[in-house]
Design a protein around this ligand. Structure first.
Ligand code: SF4
Ligand code: SF4
Length: 272
């Protein structure tokens, strides 16, 4: 599946971790900030956790203010896009990222995964746990981007490390895996609306998911040991990992998630 990507002309060259390229982005380039306009960015779960914390918002507030929902092609799963704003004074109807400012990105340290990858994109061809074999990278060549004319050399692996994208990918890995696997479902195998709703809840509304786990009948239905419970109460990344494990069980009936003897999964229909 294509991981979140900026829509642009995709260079057909398939890149690996050792592929080399020349690129530098800095405030002195003529195109500064041009890549933050008229873009199409799908946000990942870790993006939302970082951005909402940065902005002092709940996940629900962040979703309402800064995102718009979309169904991800070929997966039928709900995702969210960063909501662009009409650019002030633009007669051509351009839209800009809500976080772009004259001197750069307002949320740079917590910028989304797609922004970190740029000018690269990444794609996974198939589901294969723990393997990079089917993952490859490509250039997102936008005509306005002059960074390729600068003189700094990178390998793809160096770029990913430098931009902190490796950490994002690691935390988002199980989520990406769900999307890749769902894409390979035969089209006649449909998820219920409730399962899609749960996918959205875990992926994007982590605060509400915490409430769902702790305050609904979830803990009466599923066996969750005390250690795990303490961890997920204290740490959102642990909560996300837990949620993704649960989704894997919900979608594919895989993993060591255990329903209590007296429970059945019908309770997943509980209102959230
Ligand atoms: S989040 Fe930052 S880097 Fe990404 S598009 Fe917006 S302004 Fe640009
Ligand atoms: S268009 Fe390219 S070089 Fe220009 S600011 Fe964006 S990433 Fe940097």
């Amino acid at each position: 599946m294509d991981k979140p990507e900026i829509m642009a002309k995709i260079d057909p060259v398939r890149l690996g971790p050792d592929s080399k390229f020349q690129f530098k982005c800095h405030k002195g380039v003529k195109c500064f900030n041009q890549c933050c306009r008229d873009i199409n960015i799908i946000l990942t779960p870790f993006d939302i956790i970082k951005l909402k914390k940065r902005l002092g918002l709940s996940s629900e507030e962040f979703l309402a203010l800064y995102t718009e929902p979309q169904i991800l092609e070929k997966t039928d799963l709900p995702v969210v896009m960063l909501k662009l704003l009409d650019e002030e004074g633009s007669e051509s109807g351009r839209k800009a990222c809500p976080f772009v400012r004259e001197d750069g990105c307002l949320v740079y340290v917590d910028r989304p995964t797609t922004c970190r990858y740029y000018p690269l994109g990444v794609a996974s061809l198939s589901h294969k746990e723990g393997s990079d074999e089917d993952e490859f990278y490509f250039f997102v060549h936008e005509p306005h981007c002059l960074g390729f004319e600068e003189d700094q050399n990178w390998t793809v692996a160096q770029w990913r490390r430098d931009q902190g994208v490796d950490v994002h990918d690691q935390i988002n890995a199980e989520w990406t895996d769900l999307l890749v696997r769902k894409r390979s479902f035969p089209p006649n195998l449909q998820l219920t609306e409730q399962t899609k709703k749960m996918f959205f809840l875990v992926s994007y509304n982590i605060d509400k998911f915490r409430e769902f786990v702790i305050e609904s009948s979830f803990l009466k239905r599923y066996s969750v040991d005390n250690d795990t419970l303490d961890k997920i109460k204290a740490d959102e990344i642990e909560l996300l990992k837990f949620g993704l494990k649960w989704l894997k069980w919900l979608l594919f009936k895989e993993g060591d998630f255990a329903l209590k003897a007296s429970a059945d999964s019908a309770g997943d229909d509980e209102k959230v």
